[in-house]
Each structure stands twice: as structure tokens, then as C-alpha cells.
Write a protein that binds this ligand. Structure first.
Ligand code: FES
Ligand code: CO
Length: 354
């Protein structure tokens, strides 16, 4: 599936940038190949416009902020958060600014310390609800904000793949003496994706022992994974000592081949019990292990199940492909593939789920 070629994927909310980055002036981000300028408007709220001035196409993100409006770096026109031009310095002050002087505005809100954007006026789902964020027993740790050369579906599927850990994460927590993935207990489909649970016995390396407050060489991890269509998830991990982590990860689609990895963590322990820097260091190691493999995969992951081989533990990924295929069908879209495959694809409709 070529993410940028499926218009329905514009109807989801995506986190795009930490809110605090906007304190440094206008910022750029490309979402589904749509260049955006983001800044804080006159009310201190984030705003998102197409990053292209309607005068001579200069990038507004290279401009400055004046009275809550973004000012184009080329001739100084200013635009508010709705995309209306509020100032044209070259115009006689008594002349009205033509209504056509405007730039496309997109829906934009702050949540969990990030700016979220939806490129369509009618989002299909709300922003994921994460109650731990407001729970005073949990602390917030910002972990990662970086682009990877990986397609969104490959990345999100990997987050639900319980068979790779003992190999890819052999140096962090995997246990190759025990390669059988745990059975997936239960999958509950939701409007926005699904929730699945399983438990896992994992090695507890030295790097992790103090982070978890567990001295044993192995520990049991109960995982609850929630998929938020199309490319976000939460992973809620519970340990026998009552420790709970909630890791939120989004692979925000920059284009077909690149995703912005956004990850934060909420935990019910204290900085004295586990230093945020140590937690980030461990998760960094794990994440980089995934990155090396994922950046070598084909970004154009097929929704059709006949092009790749599968095993029992691939059930989450298979479910994602079926749900995404249904999403496309429900919105009258055909899965788009790289040009060398698209002809074949366009004449062969996506298989129906069984
Ligand atoms: Fe933006 Fe001229 S290009 S004001
Ligand atoms: Co992994």
C-alpha cells in the first residue's frame, strides 16, 4: 500500500511535532507528502497551514511570527491560523486585502505535549485516549522524535510482532533459547483497531534490573497492545511487582518511505526508583535494534495476504491488513502499489476477508 496514494489516510489524526519545538518559531513538517508550517497563534494554540505562500510559493516555515501570525520570508505577507492573509505590507493600508489571498489551513490541536494534525476536515476517529496521562501516579517521559526510512505499515506491524523479539532484541532482552512466541490470548476488535493481550517471560539484563526494580534474571511481562489505525499503538506493560508502563508510539507517515517515530512513556514509579535517562537508554537500544531491520524492509507492504508468507504469530499484522483493506473498500479506494505492481493490482480486486 502506498500510504500517500490512499486519500482515506488523510482522515486520521497524526502527532507531528513536540509542542515545545514551536517555541522556537515556525517549524516545518511533511505529513503524507503535504508540507506544513506549524506555529503558535495569537492564543498560544498550535496552527497548521500548507507550507507554501499563495503569492510566490515561498516556504512560510522559513518566515517569522508576528502578533501570532506567520510572516512570509519573501515579501512579508502575514497569515493567521485560519490561513487568511492579515497583512500585505506593500498594500495601501486603506485597501482591503483580497479574500483570495489565503493559504489552506488544517485541523491542528495539542495533546500529550505534541501537536496533532488531521489533513481532512472530517476525521474518522478521535485522537487516542490515554487516561494514564492525567493520572498523577504516572510520570511522563518523552523518548524519541526522529525520522526513519520505513513505511508505516511495516513499522506498526512490527510493534505487534511477538516473534521477532528473541532474535532482533537478542542483545537487549530476547532469549534465543526460547524462540516460540507466546500465544495471543485474546484479540478484541474496536472501531479504531484492536486490543490484544499476552504475557511473556523475558530476560532481565543488568541494564534493565534497576529500571524495573526486579533483581531476578528473568521476569514475566504482561503486555496489552492497542492498535490505533493506521500507524499508532500503545503498549501497556505490567510487571509482577506492580510496575506499569504505558508506551505510546506513532509512526507518522511523512511519505511512502519515511515515518516520523514519536514515542513517549508513562510509568507509575519515580525518578528516584528509575532514572528517566536510564529508561530512555534501554528503550533506545531496543528501538535501534528494530530500526536496523525495518529500514531494510520493502516500504510497499501489501494488504493482500497472497504476496508474503505468514505464521501464526503474524495474526496482528494480518488483522491490520484486513482492516486496512476494508477501510479502503468502505471508502471506494483500491490499494495503490508501486508502479511496477500497480497494473496488476488495479485489475485484481483486494481479496475479501475470510
Ligand atoms: Fe510570500 Fe511573496 S512569496 S509574500
Ligand atoms: Co522490536
Amino acid at each position: 500500500m502506498l500510504t500517500t496514494q490512499q486519500p482515506v489516510l488523510r482522515r486520521f489524526w497524526y502527532p507531528v511535532i513536540p509542542l515545545e519545538n514551536l517555541l522556537n518559531g515556525p517549524q516545518s513538517f511533511t505529513l503524507l507528502e503535504q508540507p506544513l508550517v506549524l506555529w503558535l497563534d495569537q492564543n498560544g494554540k498550535p496552527a497548521a497551514l500548507a507550507d507554501r505562500c499563495c503569492h510566490r510559493s515561498a516556504q512560510l516555515s522559513k518566515g517569522t511570527i508576528k502578533n501570532g501570525c506567520v510572516r512570509c520570508p519573501y515579501h512579508g505577507w502575514e497569515f493567521d491560523g485560519n490561513g487568511s492573509c492579515t497583512t500585505v505590507p506593500q498594500l495601501d493600508p486603506n485597501t482591503a486585502i483580497p479574500k483570495t489571498y489565503r493559504v489552506t489551513a488544517f485541523q491542528c490541536v495539542e495533546r500529550y505535549g505534541y501537536v496533532w494534525v488531521c489533513l481532512d476536515d472530517h476525521p474518522l476517529q478521535p485522537i487516542p485516549d490515554i487516561p494514564q496521562f492525567a493520572d498523577p501516579n504516572f510520570r511522563f517521559i518523552h523518548e524519541f522524535y526522529e525520522p526513519w526510512k520505513v513505511g508505516g505499515l511495516r513499522a506498526i506491524e512490527n510493534s505487534f510482532d511477538s516473534a521477532h523479539g528473541h532474535f532482533v532484541h537478542a542483545s537487549s532482552w530476547g532469549d534465543q533459547s526460547n524462540p516460540q512466541p507466546p500465544p495471543i490470548d485474546e484479540v478484541t476488535e474496536t472501531d479504531f483497531g484492536f486490543v490484544m493481550q499476552h504475557w511473556l517471560e523475558v530476560l532481565n539484563p543488568d541494564l534493565q534490573k534497576k529500571n524495573l526494580g526486579i533483581a531476578a534474571e528473568k521476569t514475566i511481562r504482561t503486555n496489552e497492545r492497542t492498535w490505533y489505525m493506521p500507524f499508532a499503538r500503545t503498549l501497556r506493560i505490567q510487571y509482577p511487582n506492580g510496575l506499569e508502563h504505558l508506551i505510546f508510539t506513532a509512526y507518522t507517515p511523512i511519505d511512502d518511505q519515511h515515518s516520523q517515530v514519536i514515542q513517549f512513556c508513562l510509568r507509575n514509579d519515580t525518578e528516584a526508583e528509575a532514572k528517566a535517562a536510564d529508561i530512555i537508554a534501554f528503550d533506545r537500544q531496543v528501538t535501534l535494534e528494530d530500526r536496523v531491520i525495518l529500514e531494510g524492509t520493502d516500504y510497499d507492504a501489501p494488504l493482500s495476504l497472497s504476496e508474503e508468507q505468514h505464521m501464526a504469530s503474524d495474526r496482528p499484522g494480518i488483522l491490520m491488513r484486513r482492516r486496512l483493506a476494508k477501510l479502503l473498500r468502505d471508502h471506494g479506494e483500491v490499494e495503490q502499489r508501486r508502479s511496477d505492481l500497480s497494473q496488476k493490482r488495479l485489475v485484481a480486486p483486494i481479496e475479501k476477508p475470510v
